[in-house]
Design a protein around this ligand. Structure first.
Ligand code: MN
Length: 735
């Protein structure tokens, strides 16, 4: 056995594998000898099973499961069972080892988790739409959260080592991560992992801006640290006098979050003042943590003036992913805003490691926000047949949102996503209450059913047996539970109405001597372009005169035959050539999937306006030809994640002398004569303008300029030149 296991590893590799394993063992919290024995056995099995495989980088494959186990232990805080499962997570998928083998050796729990992980991998089959996969992930999550937590570690290691993959695979994995894993990590309270996911995604899809911010962070490090020191100094002196045990950290925010700020606030890097947050972590007993946190708050605000609306107390009411902390923003030296976060060591562990840490402290704290969340997922999954894509979109809308805390008339607290309405609340309590809800009172006052609930609202509902959901309700709710219930009710209602339509159609068939058969129904829906038989029945039930349309058919031996050659009312999607293209005949030259792009009918998408030189990909929009998008297109993530199989690699074949449209947003001060000034700069560079609009308030202006450029070099040159103009604050390319 030993000989077989090691035959494909070099002596150095065996040494490395053993070393990594030994290092990992030191950080595993083992309860007994069984743990030790099983971990050892799982390790040996993984080394043996993967001995023929190598990673893209050339390393022995088994280093991957070892590293995944290390992340599980050190970065998520999981225990021995997770280590065993992490070691084994790829063996069933990639080697001859079977689930039965695992069951025999490690028992049913480990087997169930490994099976869940294997199923998750299979879920990402290129042909199955990713929306289905998301549902599968949630299903495994409700069985044992560790399946998803280990998957998070697996994904993290794959992201960290993405460099050895071809570019288009990188893009696909990155978008899947941005679409599914990052929001889930957020929801499970794994903030560090979420942030790292997002940073790696940005590095792949938007390398230039990533690099720009990374460089600037490095260049300002010394200056920033000096500032943090001067900010912390007086607080430290004061805290030392109180005798509290604490530590203070001043860390920069992540690259992707800084970039998000630059874009939403439209200010350059240099003007983002809260590039870092100061965190004060207290070593106190559970009983004292809230009181002492407020003491620290009081010390901080004795020195620096707080901005009242930026005070967030997540200690009294934790976020529903378990996050607890006290946040405030104060005015520091030189008038700069500084965010200060105060929390206990326990809260910090929960914030850094999320779910796993929360488990550890579960016994200490009765209210378990995770249980609440997982229960709501379970309910949602059990809801009758929702379309997978609808499900995902609803769920995502709920995943990212903050919460409001509201109360039943009896005073029970309910957590709902921010923006939820009395209808959401009603469906949250029970489907029957939601479906029959007629009106709502909030804090004693009548409100519309679509009213947006606020923290502390007390809700009283009235219902009636005659009430039923309608289409308009869909716009009044935001929770997935309410949405899916309303949709189901409407569908049922339509099917019921459809029964009447069906009977009417049967009678009609009878009178014209047509046979009631599949073929006859099919030809009707085809000729009139109706999506299904059910839809046809519904149409007839709503308008009986529709049946006169059957005059267009002739009946021969019970068969319907279409007589008149009528153009089928199909709206064919047209590929429009954007009006602005000056030389509409010139197509930019592209290589799609490594082949000459002429093979495909392609066009540039209007949503992100690619310019020659941008990183792009091709999306096969069925029926509308192939569309070229920028990798940072706002729609890219959802396209790639949901329709990964329609993504093709695209590269500019050669730089041609063709005009592309690019839009810029410029902000600056003193708007007088600015249009003239900017127009001069642009025309001096020999660039044609398409449009320019300016808005200004109190000496600050924002301008939108649309220009024609040949390629990204010209465009970047223009941006740099504009930035150097007097009074110009920022220049950003916008979609
Ligand atoms: Mn793996």
């Amino acid at each position: 056995m030993e000989a077989a296991t090691t035959s494909n590893y070099s002596p150095e590799e065996i040494k490395q594998i053993r070393f990594e394993y030994k290092t990992l063992l030191k950080s595993v919290d083992m309860k007994n000898d069984t743990d030790r024995k099983n971990i050892r056995a799982a390790f040996e099995l993984a080394v043996d099973a993967h001995h023929k495989q190598r990673r893209k980088s050339g390393e022995p494959y088994v280093l991957h499961p070892i590293e995944v186990a290390r992340i599980c232990v050190q970065e998520i805080g999981l225990g021995p069972t997770a280590v065993i499962c992490a070691f084994l997570h790829d063996v069933v998928e990639d080697t001859d080892v079977t689930l039965e083998d695992l069951e025999e050796q490690f028992g049913s729990k480990v087997t169930m988790i490994v099976d869940g992980l294997t199923k998750l991998d299979k879920a990402f089959d290129i042909k199955s739409p990713q929306a289905e996969n998301f549902k599968k992930i949630l299903q495994t999550l409700t069985k044992d959260v560790r399946v998803v937590l280990i998957k998070m570690a697996d994904r993290l290691h794959n992201m960290r080592t993405l460099g050895s993959m071809p570019k288009h695979k990188q893009l696909k994995i990155a978008s899947e991560t941005a679409f599914i894993y990052a929001p889930l990590a957020h929801r499970l309270g794994l903030y560090n992992i979420k942030t790292e996911y997002q940073d790696i995604c940005m590095k792949i899809t938007d390398y230039e801006n990533y690099k720009m911010i990374a460089n600037k962070l490095a260049a300002t490090k010394v200056q920033r640290n000096a500032y943090i020191d001067s900010f912390i100094d007086p607080i430290k002196r004061e805290l030392d006098e109180t005798g509290l045990k604490y530590r203070i950290l001043g860390r920069p925010k992540s690259i992707s979050s800084i970039w998000k700020k630059i874009q939403t606030k439209k200010v350059p890097f240099e003007q983002i003042y809260d590039l870092f947050a100061v965190r004060i972590i207290l070593d106190v007993s559970a009983k004292m943590e809230k009181r002492k946190s407020w003491l620290v708050y009081s010390v901080v605000t004795d020195y620096y003036k707080p901005i009242p609306e930026r005070l967030k107390d997540w200690i009294s009411t934790p976020k529903s992913n378990g996050y607890e902390s006290l946040h405030t923003t104060v005015v520091g030296p030189e008038g700069r805003f500084v965010e200060v976060q105060v929390r206990s060591e326990r809260m910090d562990e929960v914030a850094e490691r999320g779910f796993a840490a929360h488990w550890k402290y579960k016994k200490m704290y009765s209210e378990n926000v995770f249980d609440y969340w997982i229960n709501s997922i379970r309910e949602l999954l059990e809801a009758p047949s929702t379309d997978a894509l609808e499900f995902v979109n609803d769920f995502k809308a709920n995943l990212f949102s903050e919460e409001v805390y509201v109360y039943t008339p009896k005073g029970d607290m309910r957590i709902l996503p921010k923006g939820a309405t009395p209808l959401d609340f009603a469906f949250g309590i029970h489907t029957q209450i939601g479906s029959h809800c007629t009106s709502a009172k909030v804090n004693g006052r009548m409100v519309p059913l679509g009213y947006k609930l606020e923290n502390g609202d007390k809700i009283y509902l009235t219902t009636s047996a005659n009430q039923k959901p309608n289409m308009a309700w869909l716009d009044m709710v935001i929770t997935s539970k309410a949405k899916s219930n309303i949709r189901t009710a409407i569908r049922k209602e339509r099917n019921k109405a459809g029964e009447l339509g069906k009977e009417a159609l049967m009678r009609k068939f009878n009178s014209i001597k047509a046979r009631w058969e599949e073929d006859n129904l099919n030809i009707i829906v085809k000729v009139f372009n109706i999506s299904s038989h059910l839809e046809l029945y519904y149409e007839i039930s709503q308008d009986k005169s529709w049946l006169s349309n059957l005059k267009k058919f002739e009946v021969k031996n019970g068969k319907l035959i279409f007589i008149k050659k009528v153009e089928a009312p199909v709206n064919r999607p047209r590929i429009s050539i954007p009006k602005h293209r000056k030389k509409a005949v010139d197509q930019p030259k592209l290589l799609i999937n490594g082949e000459n792009g002429e093979k495909y009918k392609y066009s540039l998408s209007n949503c992100c306006n690619p310019v020659q030189g941008d990183l792009v990909f091709a999306f096969n929009a069925v029926g509308a030809g192939v569309k070229i998008h920028r990798t940072i297109c706002p729609n890219a993530t959802s396209m790639m994640a949901n329709y990964g199989h329609r993504i093709m690699k695209a590269e500019w074949a050669s730089l041609n002398n063709i005009d592309f449209v690019a839009d810029l947003t410029i902000t600056g001060t003193d708007g007088r004569g600015v249009v003239q000034q900017l127009t001069n700069v642009i025309t001096d560079l020999g660039i044609d303008m398409r449009s320019i609009t300016m808005t200004g308030i109190e000496g600050i202006y924002e301008g939108k300029i649309s220009v024609f450029v040949n390629n990204t070099n010209t465009l970047n040159n223009l941006i740099i030149t504009l930035k150097q103009e007097k009074g110009v604050n920022s220049v950003i390319r916008t979609n």
